[in-house]
Design a protein around this ligand. Structure first.
Ligand code: NAP
Length: 462
């Protein structure tokens, strides 16, 4: 959003960041094995192609550095106030008044954009005795690097993308590694080649990095987002995951690792090393339910105590806590809680009725499944920019979508959900409280088209 504003000639904007550096999820997550399972070439800004990625799927630290570099390169640092967490934003007298925890005066703004992320608040599981554990314990997104794992008995709770990356990375480091599995996952084994000098030299030639972006975007979206509805792509991924599972030689272990739902119902896990890791003699998949946590380890429902020195909670995030804990107050004192009543909804993922001149990046129902979030953010920022230009030129003083327009959009959205892969019979963080997926059920092309330009007739404009 910052780069788009600068490129459009705006200089009077402030970015409030609660941490001391940029990078979001790539700053918060530092666990061993952290990498992105979207091709790096496609996990980049269209305006800032990168020829230097070291791998097809680059490690987390490299992605964080890319965002830091982009921040410097595009002159955003002077606009950022680090270490300031927004506590409240209130629309009053035609302007947003934004309070932070810094004690500084409230910031006044004509327009407010939230880019506060989705998978942001770590979810700590409700397991009896959690606080009694006698060893080191931390959530995957709060990795404690002061704890050495070498020679330790380590437990990892959770089998999502994070748990799989951690187990693959630390197998062989820990003296014994137990992965506590409530639900097995389908694993797609895409290899991760490194990019040599010749490849990087090619990518540095004019146009090649852009071409590589387009190529990877095309292939990736064809094979992932197209699986939302039944078709050959879904069959192909299904076949590849089932074939991958046959690499697990022990029939008992293979049975444990076999999901009872279709691939892509939950967020697909990409790993070419996980099945090698779990077939090591010092790695164990524990699929008996956790009964409680004791000072010495995890007691499972069969009465066995799994003794542990270190416990890692790879238990995911509260994926529907959009904007929280910011107290967002719109027209007439209406809060976000009043507006949503437990079910986050938005007009076309970006705006809210009753909250004028307010835009969201990664708002409810954004395409956040197996796709690159960077182009999603760009599309939403481009959309917000169009409104900002109207507001700056005086054409519009304030604008918020009509409730009817949002309801119409949400009805269409919900009507498209049955038949999507996310509703084929599994539980996942994709689902809202009522069991309906909080995702984008259509193609990336339709997303771009939907946000290509504002529909003025769908807004209350003053
Ligand atoms: P997640 O997918 O939500 O997985 C959480 C895991 O914890 C699940 O296996 C869940 O089991 C388990 N769990 C939760 N509470 C539990 C409990 N009380 N007892 C036992 N098990 C429990 O979280 P994540 O792995 O952190 O991934 C979140 C998302 O981040 C991913 O889906 C992906 O979108 C993104 N991510 C991406 C990458 C990447 O490479 N791009 C890497 C990491 C994460 P159930 O399945 O039974 O609920």
């Amino acid at each position: 959003m910052g780069v788009k504003l600068r490129r459009a000639g705006f200089d009077d904007f402030t970015i409030l960041e609660k941490a001391e550096s940029v990078g979001g999820t790539w700053r918060e997550n530092t666990y061993p094995g952290l990498s992105c399972d979207v091709p790096s070439s496609y996990y980049a800004y269209t305006f800032d192609p990168n020829a230097e990625w070291t791998h097809y799927f680059s490690p987390g630290a490299e992605i964080r550095e890319y965002f830091e570099r982009a921040t410097r390169r595009h002159g955003l640092e002077p606009h950022i106030r680090f270490g300031e967490e927004v506590t409240e934003a209130r629309f009053e007298d035609g302007r947003w008044l934004v309070a932070t925890n810094s004690g500084r005066d409230k910031l006044e703004a004509d327009v407010l954009v939230s880019a506060a992320g989705v998978l942001h608040h770590p979810r700590t599981p409700q397991i009896e005795g959690l606080d009694d554990f006698g060893g080191a314990m931390f959530h995957s997104a709060r990795w404690d690097h002061s704890v050495a794992l070498a020679g330790k008995r380590v437990g990892v709770v959770g089998t999502g993308s994070t748990g799989v990356q951690i187990v693959t990375a630390i197998a062989g480091v820990a003296s014994h590694l137990s992965m506590f599995q409530r639900t097995p996952q389908w694993i797609l084994p895409i290899p991760n080649p490194s990019h040599g000098g010749a490849f990087k030299r090619l990518m540095r030639r004019p146009g090649f990095a852009r071409l590589n972006y387009a190529l990877n975007a095309g292939i990736f979206n064809l094979l992932t987002t197209s699986t939302i509805k039944p078709g050959w792509q879904r069959k192909l991924i299904d076949r590849a995951c089932r074939l991958n599972l046959t690499r697990v030689k022990d029939p008992g272990l293979r049975r444990k690792l076999t999901p009872d739902y279709v691939p892509m119902c939950k967020r697909l896990v990409v790993s070419s090393g996980f099945y090698d890791a779990v077939q090591r003699p010092d790695v164990e998949i524990v699929d008996t339910a956790i009964a409680r946590i004791e000072p010495g380890g995890i007691r499972t429902a069969d009465g066995r105590l799994h003794e542990l020195d270190v416990l890692v909670l790879a238990t995911g995030f509260d994926a529907h806590a959009y904007l929280r804990p910011i107290n967002l107050v719109g027209l007439g004192g209406r809060t976000l809680d009043d507006a949503w009543q437990g079910e986050p909804r938005a007009y076309k993922t970006v705006c809210l009725p009753g909250f004028p001149n307010f835009f969201m990046i990664m708002g409810p129902n954004s395409p956040i499944g197996n796709t690159s979030l960077v182009p999603v953010a760009e599309t939403q920022a481009d959309y917000a920019l169009q409104w900002i230009q109207k507001i700056a030129s005086g054409e519009v003083a304030r604008a918020a979508p009509k409730s009817k327009a949002m309801e119409r959009f949400n009805t269409e959205l919900r009507d498209a959900m049955p038949g999507t892969v996310w509703t084929t019979g599994c539980d996942s963080w994709y689902l809202g409280q009522d069991g309906v997926p909080m995702l984008w059920p259509w193609s990336p092309g339709r997303f771009k088209q939907t946000l290509s330009e504002p529909r003025l007739d769908e807004f209350e404009i003053h």
